[in-house]
Design a binder for this molecule. Sequence first.
Ligand SMILES: [Fe+2]
Length: 134
Amino acid sequence: MFTLSKDMETGVEKIDSQHRELINRINRLLAAGDNTTSEAETRKTIDYLGEYVVKHFGDEEELQIISKYPKYAEHKEKHAIFINDFSKMKSEFMGKSDSFEFSMKLNNSLISWIEKHIKGDDAEFGKYYKAQTL
Ligand SMILES: [Fe+2]
């Protein structure tokens, strides 16, 4: 089970709570990879996660615009690349016969990207945002 560890907190309440929700949805996908979940169900779980990723990135970018974050364009680009990769993975899933193996692969790459992004890019923005709003 994937959790939001202390070193993944940005200190910005809205972002941290959304990261928790994001991780909840990843965990649902992890649970769907147990081989007993139907492909239709797994597909629904992937969509459920994908929708939240888009919402969360949008909210984060909005905070960056409001606070005039100098690295906004760069950060937004990383989000866009992730969304693009995610939808590629999603369409790959549609044509896969071994959905168990695929969802494991998907989970591993999702988790490592999100963890790295939260600890790096989001932590950096969190610091900036707090300094602007205090
Ligand atoms: Fe981000």
